[in-house]
Design a protein around this ligand. Structure first.
Ligand code: 7RM
Length: 636
């Protein structure tokens, strides 16, 4: 990013102002100076927010992999592009250089073409976090096929739904995957899924676990021999800036998953720009984002953002608790990680364990820390800051969504003073507004409302695959002319944003609007509490009353629960006020969470209401078994 790295607060405000006064000029310059295009655009932006029609860099031609790989070869051919850290710490790590990456992506591009994949075809990628996952994503992009990565923790039926929704012609998978001390039999899951997927013609299989698998003749092929025979050169397909780059499914609060479709040019410009500024990446840094590439965070900040900047990006196959709870910190030390980006749920899980797991390791390479995925509570923020950052690394609390393609609200480290639990300020080009129930914009600081974005940015999703009407209704209808995020936020006295959670997490108790996050923060301050979730349930007098689900730390178990309940309500009273006290408190061993760490509150709401009829789509749940336990322990 030539002239666009932000180095001080004054520069930030200057860039921000420019980006709002003349967005087209702002993005035109960034796009022009930092990428290779076969052909420039003849218009920067065309949009109609009521029709949910947004186009960036019209008629420009490019290939995103030329920008991720080819253009770095002369200067960075021998630089490591991807560090692969396996699940088993005794298996050697791999360092894949930009030149290696080029050759492997070209080979796979040629294989895909030989197997009949053409520009515009959809390819489903169902792989563990191994190098072939990143290589498959890039090979699809190189030949103009639209990748649809499905997280390899999804079940066969979830996979079937996603393959059929976007009519995928091919699946790329592996025999199995390693996860801690378990081996997951991915090929069997794919075989089961494909019983109901007539659209799939070919399956390419990576060998990872050496488990015996069933291969269907004529449909299934081992990848390695095909790669061996393929040419290590490939002329990248010429793509239009608005050609689809990928589809990524995100669970809706109701109904089937939404296939968010992202396009090529705008996504490239925005992910590259945000990666550079939010992680202040310098040439020899090692960047580690712990997400899975099956989520948007992995797409944008393991693969595309880092590679577009010629960075070294770390891919970790394992889990934070294997072989013990020090694994993350061991990997940081081993590879001298400079930027570390993870989710609050992981931080909370690790903070529960003995701090000696952290102290055993040298974390002095770390320059900054990031979080993403949900609001981070104060306690977790301080633990991260004190024990991982040693009070010496800014924490970037980055707010964004699958739909936004890249980070929209975040501090710029070393530039924006941070404030615990605040995502702080919008990135240049992002125009957030808070809306009240009457659909009016809430002006001024010290305010709260539904978070909308009132102007397009380059990486906004263009549609829901196959259902533009649903896209319009979900995001552009509630507040006409604006993109509605579904999140609530408040603005403090200096204009910093704090994301308080999904708007449906706001509960109105006796006419008071109560956000769940601050109540949960108060509860979590209790030394015996590990985690909590609050939902509302109907109440004759109050309209809604509060039901709390609380996970105790081990040492808390022996305490008298009645006393604990009192103490928890006292904390809430102290922090928020007696109005926010809980009517019911249920101690549970876990909370229903999606695989990316989000609490599925709609299930808790139903349980609190005593309505066990239909929990909807729970295919994204990591721990479905806990639902039964919570149901049985419900307080009536
Ligand atoms: C990147 C990602 C999106 C939803 C979003 C929020 C929540 C994400 C933060 C956050 C508070 C954050 N994409 N969310 N980041 N809430 N602070 N820094 O997570 O599509 O899977 O989820 O996640 O509710 O709308 S996502």
């Amino acid at each position: 990013m030539k002239s666009y790295s932000i180095k001080n607060l004054e520069q930030y405000f200057k860039q921000y102002k420019k980006s709002v006064q003349n967005p087209e000029k702002f993005w035109n310059k960034i796009a022009e100076e930092n990428f290779v295009w076969y052909q420039k655009w003849n218009k920067v932006l065309a949009y109609d927010m009521t029709e949910a029609s947004i186009k960036w860099f019209l008629n420009a031609k490019l290939n995103i992999t030329k920008n991720c790989i080819d253009r770095h070869l002369s200067k960075r051919g021998n630089k490591t592009a991807i560090i692969f850290e396996p699940n088993n710490p005794n298996e050697p790590a791999q360092h894949i250089t930009y030149l290696d990456l080029y050759e492997r992506v070209c080979k796979l591009s040629n294989v895909l073409k030989e197997q009949g994949i053409r520009k515009g075809d959809r390819v489903c990628i169902y792989l563990p976090m191994i190098p072939e996952l990143a290589i498959s994503v890039l090979a699809c992009a190189r030949i103009g096929a639209i990748h649809s990565v499905v997280f390899a923790g999804f079940s066969a039926s979830a996979l079937t739904t996603r393959i059929n929704d976007s009519d995928c012609k091919m699946v790329i998978t592996s025999d199995g995957g390693f996860r801690g001390d378990k081996t997951i039999d991915l090929k069997t899951i794919v075989n089961n899924a494909l019983d109901k997927c007539p659209c799939v013609e070919k399956v390419l299989v990576v060998k990872r676990t050496n488990t015996t698998v069933e291969m269907k003749p004529g449909r299934d092929f081992w990848l390695a021999p095909l790669m061996e025979n393929a040419l290590a050169d490939h002329v990248a397909e010429i793509m239009d800036a608005e050609d689809p780059l990928f589809i990524l499914y995100t669970s809706g609060s109701t109904g089937k998953p939404k296939g968010m479709m992202h396009t090529t040019g705008g996504y490239m410009v925005y992910t590259a720009y945000t990666f550079k500024n939010i992680f202040q990446y310098e040439e020899n840094d090692v960047f580690w984002c712990t997400a899975d590439i099956g989520w948007i965070t992995g797409h944008s900040y393991i693969v595309y953002g880092p590679l577009l900047n010629g960075a070294t990006t770390l891919m970790f196959e394992g889990i934070p608790s294997y072989p013990d709870f020090g694994r993350f910190w061991e990997v940081v030390e081993k590879h001298k990680v400079n930027q570390f980006y993870t989710a609050p749920t992981a931080i909370r899980a690790l903070a529960k364990e003995n701090v000696s797991y952290v102290e055993k390791h040298d974390l002095s390479s770390l320059k900054l820390l990031g979080t993403v995925g949900e609001p981070i509570n104060e306690e977790a923020w301080h633990w991260y800051n004190d024990h991982i950052g040693k009070k010496n690394c800014p924490i970037v609390d980055t707010w964004w969504q699958t739909e936004t393609g890249g980070i929209l609200i975040s501090p710029i480290p070393f530039v924006t003073p941070t404030k615990p639990t605040y995502a702080t300020l919008p990135l240049p080009g992002i125009q957030p507004v808070l809306m009240d129930e009457r659909r009016n914009e809430v002006e001024g600081n010290l305010s709260s409302g539904s978070l909308c974005i009132k102007f397009p940015w380059p990486s906004i999703a263009r549609t829901i695959w196959g259902d533009h009407q649903r896209y319009k209704e979900t995001y552009f209808k509630a507040f006409p002319g604006k993109y509605f995020t579904g999140d609530g936020a408040l603005r403090d006295e200096v204009g910093y944003y704090r994301i308080t959670g999904r708007v449906d997490d706001v509960i109105i108790v006796s006419g008071h609007n109560l956000g769940t996050a601050p109540i949960e923060d108060a509860i979590n301050e209790h030394p015996a509490v590990a985690e909590s979730a609050i939902v509302g349930f109907s109440h004759d007098v109050k309209g809604n009353a509060l039901y709390g689900f609380v996970i105790l730390k081990e040492e808390g178990e022996s305490r008298v629960r009645e006393n604990l309940s009192k103490e928890i309500n006292q904390l809430i009273s102290d922090h928020i006020g007696p109005i926010a006290k809980l009517d019911k408190i249920q101690f549970v061993s876990g909370l229903p969470k999606t695989r990316s760490g989000k609490i599925m509150r709609r299930i808790l709401r139903k349980i609190a209401e005593g309505d066990f009829s239909n929990f909807g789509d729970i295919s994204t749940l990591l721990n479905p078994e806990v639902v039964e336990e919570i149901k049985n322990g419900r307080i009536s």
